[in-house]
Design a protein around this ligand. Structure first.
Ligand code: GTP
Length: 416
């Protein structure tokens, strides 16, 4: 026992203020660095009729030729009869941060004579990804969970300038509780500014009328004014009127930009006066990628999981239905952190205990060895004493001594 009375010195933990820099305050950064090192996974789905510029926009968003340039099928070619689901994964890196990006494409959507069930294979695919995640969560070894859930779905609206089509409404209605919907008006350069404004209004009123929930970046309590303004600015652009281009063109004033060149001028992708591409990128990549992942995990997936388990007759913890508010989230994070610290402490205690036991075992072993040696020596001495006493007795009784092994008999010691 140590002087403070506990077996290993852990029962009386004294809280002390550190006098200098030790370094574990950097733990949160280390955790962050670890996740940066491990990289992030993000899966985006693109849905919309053929030719609306889906692949071009993805290439433009991630500034990579993720999609090879497509060669249009000749009119005579055999076309698929159902919506297909195809995904492309790419590891991209920017300033040392790695992102495993998967884009799920849905070729064939809206391309048939009867498109009534076009949403079905897409919904099934999203749910299959939830299933796969749930299966991983239920495994004993949950170390390497791969998150293949769809974190955002870009829904491409044809730039008709009228209103949403039945196909659009049906898709969004069926999918809005399963995926973060981000509606975009495709090929916005084909509409005038005024047409875009009124088309956006009509799209939004259709969405509201059908109680469709689209992804909105949250505004947290105590958020600074600048962040609130930025979030509101992004929200005001929904549905994003986008222009995609993976080509660089020269502007009349001599700049080289990503854009589309027309006889009347150049539409610049990255110019906020020309389209909402920058705001969409902010929503999907720069500011709210983590928010999209979190919303998928905490709300869409959790609700799906609870419904599924309820359907299977398993009563769920009702807390998963609760809206997560920032204070509750903070409290939850603190509890998790405390649990982690407690775990670390327990582990340290275990290691200490183990070391003490090892030392004790070693001491015990050397004690036993010492005892054995002592015993051996004592026995050897006893034996020697016995022999000497035997010799003494023989000499005293005048009997001859037994000759030593290999020794010569000496005359004087023999009886006459
Ligand atoms: P599918 O693979 O058939 O589903 O097509 P997609 O939606 O992936 O369209 P894709 O990106 O292949 O673009 C189709 C055509 O539209 C190409 O010729 C593009 O150059 C053109 N395009 C793409 N984006 C825009 C845009 O913002 N404006 C205009 N005007 N054309 C675009």
């Amino acid at each position: 026992p140590t002087p403070n009375g506990s077996a290993h010195g852990f029962s009386n933990i004294v809280r002390k203020k550190l006098m200098g820099y030790v370094g574990f305050a950097n733990l949160p950064n280390q955790v962050h660095r670890k996740s940066v090192k491990k990289g992030f996974q993000f899966t985006a789905m693109v849905v919309g009729e053929s030719g609306l510029g889906k692949s071009t926009l993805i290439n433009t968003l991630f500034n990579t030729q993720l999609y090879p340039r497509k060669v249009p099928l000749p009119p005579s070619a055999e076309r698929p009869k159902t919506v297909a689901i195809e995904s492309i994964t790419a590891d991209i890196e920017e300033n040392g941060v790695r992102l495993r990006l998967t884009v799920v494409d849905t070729p064939g959507f809206g391309d048939f004579v009867d498109n009534d069930e076009s949403w079905k294979p897409i919904l099934e695919n999203i749910e299959a990804r939830f299933d796969e995640y749930l299966e991983q969560e239920n495994r004993v070894n949950r170390q390497k969970i791969v998150d293949n859930r769809v974190h955002a779905c870009l829904y491409f609206i044809q730039p008709t300038g009228h209103s949403l089509k039945q196909l659009d409404i049906e898709f969004m209605r069926r999918l809005h509780t399963k995926v973060n919907l981000i509606p975009v008006i495709a090929k916005a350069d084909t509409l005038t500014d005024e047409e875009i404004v009124s088309f956006k209004q009509r799209v939004l009123s259709d969405i509201a009328e059908h109680n469709i929930r689209i992804f909105q970046a949250p505004i947290y309590e105590n958020e600074d004014e600048e962040t609130v303004a930025e979030t509101e600015e992004i929200a005001s652009k929904i549905p994003f009127a986008v222009v995609g281009s993976d080509q660089e063109v020269d502007t009349p004033d001599g700049r080289t930009v990503r854009g589309r060149s027309y006889p009347w001028g150049v539409v610049e992708v990255d110019n906020e006066d020309h389209c909402d591409f920058v705001k969409l990128r902010q929503m999907l990549v720069r500011t709210y990628m983590e928010e999209l992942r979190e919303h998928t995990n905490l709300h869409l997936y959790e609700n799906w999981r609870s419904e599924k388990l309820h359907a299977m007759g398993v009563a769920q913890d009702s807390s998963v239905f609760k809206e997560v508010n920032p204070a509750a989230k903070l409290a939850e994070e603190r509890t998790l952190h405390e649990a982690k610290l407690a775990k670390m402490e327990a582990e340290m205690r275990m290691v200490f205990q183990q070391k003490v036991s090892e030392k004790e075992a070693r001491l015990k072993q050397s004690e036993e060895e010492l005892y054995a040696r002592h015993k051996e020596m004592k026995e050897a001495l006893e034996k020697q004493r016995g022999e000497l006493e035997d010799k003494k007795r023989r000499i005293e009784s005048g009997r001859p001594l037994t000759p030593e092994k290999g020794g010569s008999r000496k005359k004087g010691f023999l009886r006459p």
